[in-house]
Design a protein around this ligand. Sequence first.
Ligand code: DAH
Length: 339
Amino acid sequence: MQDTALQDIRSAETLEALQAVKTKYVGKSGLVTKELGSLGKLPPEERKARGAEINAVRAAIQAALDERESVLKRAALDARLQSEAIDVTLPGLPLPTGGLHPINRVYDDLIAIYRRLGYHVVEGPEVEDEHHNFEALNVPWYHPARDLQDTFWLEDGRLLRTHTSPMQVRYMVEHEPPFKIVVRGKVYRYEATDATHESMFHQLEGLVVGERVSMSDLKGTIAEMARGLYGPSARVRFQPSYYPFVEPGADFAVYWDNPRGESKWLELGGSGMVHPNVFKAVDDLREAAGKPRVYEGLTGFAFGLGPERIAMLKYGIPDIRYFYANDPRVIGQFRGELG
Ligand code: DAH
């Protein structure tokens, strides 16, 4: 029995299997325990020797059990440590990275073009006053753009700028010509939203002032921008249009070979020659601030356009509201695109 028991113990591969062997031999009703229990049936003179013999077998089995148990326990611990160990040579888990918003990517493209042409990039306040947003831009009080329906008015009489054009006025009050600037930033309109209208969107505004700045400078600049955006074959078209702060005024469109399909004229923005009333309003503000009047006799051109339109066509985004809904399924497509 001792030989088979030791054999069983050696071949137990797990602690559970060893426990079964233990029960089989030295448990309450195990084989060795039973032998001890039957000692009483022996004649008294045999009991002592037989008892000693069984106890020796029991001790040998118990010793073998203990030793095997410590071996198996150690093996189990090793296996656990192995499975929990950190392999510092494995590649790390990828961290989710951010990316540039499509509007900022379009701004970057546009601004790179204008920097090449020597323009300064400026920004201005989103909370404006009526004078800068309308009055100084030759938008009279009765103009429909002043309507409550277009403008978010604040309780203190100020407003959220409806376009980036007020920055023309602020810049001209602070700086003397000649200069070339573009203004980037958010603008706000109080209107119903749909696939092409949002109550907040973006503009890029341009302003060039100097001696004998002309309409052909404007056309050349917009054509240069179009080629920068859409390649050397891009064409531009100007159509007469009315904006109070320019005269003459013109809307411009770009003809674009769209790789996604249908090529067509894309209406991009408005432009024109700075209205003399704007120069006059600026000089009035300068004078009031103790600065010399410097704009009389100069000319300038201005333009304004919306990066959302460019981005919608460039990236095939069908609804302007997707830009600002913060849905990761949309914005996540621009992850990691930092160039
Ligand atoms: N401010 C105009 C708008 O928001 C866009 C614009 C038109 C800007 C003509 C200009 C311009 O500078 O010359 O609709």
